[in-house]
Design a protein around this ligand. Sequence first.
Ligand SMILES: Nc1ncnc2c1ncn2[C@@H]1O[C@H](COP(=O)(O)OP(=O)(O)OP(=O)(O)O)[C@@H](O)[C@H]1O
Ligand SMILES: [Mg+2]
Length: 245
Amino acid sequence: MQLILEIKNLHVDAEQRNVLKGLNLKVGDDELHVLMGPNGSGKTTLAKTIMGHPQTHITGGEILVDGEAINDLPPNERAKKGIFLEFQNPVEIEGLGIVNFLNTARGALGKEKISYKEFMGEIKANSESLRIRDDLMGRSLNYGFSGGEKKKMEILQMAMLRPKFAILDEPDSGLDVDAVKVVAENINAFREKTHASMLLITHYSRILNYMKPQFVHIMADGKIVREGGTKLLGQIEREGYGLEE
Ligand SMILES: Nc1ncnc2c1ncn2[C@@H]1O[C@H](COP(=O)(O)OP(=O)(O)OP(=O)(O)O)[C@@H](O)[C@H]1O
Ligand SMILES: [Mg+2]
């Protein structure tokens, strides 16, 4: 198996606070990994650190993508390597039109040039399949969007930017039951089409009813404390994390 992501003994401070405390993780090509764990255990900090968010500071350890250390790369260089992050809380950017944003981002990532018609066709197909209302596409990015609409917009970005490794930080949070299914189906379709690897962060097993992850990791206090297959999901659902204080 070819590794796409390897994290070795990662220590990270967020605004001077030590959040990640010796975390190890391996993700192979074409694999779906689920990351769960109590609030505040450091899941989002891990996601932001992989993407190179300026609030995170690596104080020890290494992040390798395709065998190469990316610790010192800026976020745009990481994106060019095919890494994508869906934000837990997407920001609103007034004045940044969605179509313009997606087109510029594709260009910056060096994606193959396609005609405007083809590009718009792709946006339409993806937004229809995500059940994103037409009129939203004419607005500024996430501006005035509902929580669920923002989360769908992140998946649309993933579909259009075609990363090879996507970190999805709670793609199901704030979604109604039908929307969870729609989003899960779109994530599955994307994986089938591109064979992208994914790290999916969630609190709920509902979205996992529609997906087939190969690995489940449980995080607590800045580290991975349990790992296994999908059996672990049932166990957590029944018993909680059962983590000792
Ligand atoms: N920029 C920051 N400044 C100060 N503390 C931070 C910062 N970012 C994260 N933390 C702290 O680090 C800890 C981990 O936060 P993080 O957001 O990674 O948790 P999480 O596992 O994603 O939680 P949730 O399930 O609630 O989303 C928390 O105690 C949080 O307050
Ligand atoms: Mg979080």
